[in-house]
Design a protein around this ligand. Structure first.
Ligand SMILES: C[S@@+](CC[C@H](N)C(=O)[O-])C[C@H]1O[C@@H](n2cnc3c(N)ncnc32)[C@H](O)[C@@H]1O
Length: 196
């Protein structure tokens, strides 16, 4: 499956006009990035890196992971133009077979990608006070998600269910419309790992 994903995304990112590249960083990331206790960040399934670039421009050193080498090449090209302390380290990774290092990141972001078994691992990868932002698509019978694989779509109210009392939900938005160039419903959360 991962190999099929890689081919699909490589083909999309080979098209110079691919819409994701033109998008701004996630609204939830922009709202909470400056609460991060450390400037080490992880962008999971980064694509061409709209979030990683935003963070690097704000002084973060970002590990940017994706299965598509073509997307990462495009990100690397843009990252080379960043001045200041920020930096992007691109890595080709199959997230179906990946565990991040524990207690390591001040900020983690995942947008437009859902991998349910990975969410608890990402929560553990936060350092004390670290911020995790997830902002991705929901199942919705009213819109174009009917033909999507339900494994890749959130249920209403789902994201807060992944976080126990060791995490504070800073913000949660369900059934939000109007993100980068389409009208699919999305869900977004920002959580903070409460220091022990
Ligand atoms: C819709 S794009 C989102 C890109 C970026 N996060 C954004 O919001 O602009 C989904 C990304 O997930 C990546 N992806 C899909 N399956 C993957 C896997 N098994 N391992 C790593 N990345 C994967 C794709 O290559 C693609 O870049």
């Amino acid at each position: 499956m991962a190999q099929k994903d890689r081919l699909k995304w490589d083909a999309k990112y080979s098209d110079g006009d691919h819409l994701i590249e033109k998008g701004e960083a996630s609204f939830m990331l922009k709202r909470y990035y400056d609460k991060a206790p450390a400037k080490r960040a992880l962008d999971v399934a980064c694509g061409t890196g709209r979030n990683a670039l935003f963070l690097a421009e704000h002084g973060f050193v970002v590990d940017a992971l994706d299965i598509s080498p073509v997307g990462l090449e495009r990100l690397q090209d843009h990252a080379g133009q960043i001045s200041g302390a920020g930096k992007v380290n691109c890595q080709v990774v199959d997230l179906d077979d990946y565990s991040p290092p524990e207690a390591s990141y001040g900020l983690i972001v995942v947008t437009n990608y859902l991998n349910r078994p990975l969410i608890p691992k990402l929560a553990k990868a936060l350092c004390d006070g670290g911020i995790l932002v997830i902002d991705t698509f929901m199942a919705d019978s009213q819109n174009g998600t009917r033909d999507f694989n339900p494994d890749y779509l959130l249920r209403a109210g789902e994201l807060p269910e992944y976080f126990d009392s060791g995490y504070e939900v800073l913000a949660f938005e369900d059934a939000r419309k109007g993100h980068c160039n389409n009208e699919l419903l999305k869900q977004a959360i920002a959580v903070c790992k409460i220091p022990a």
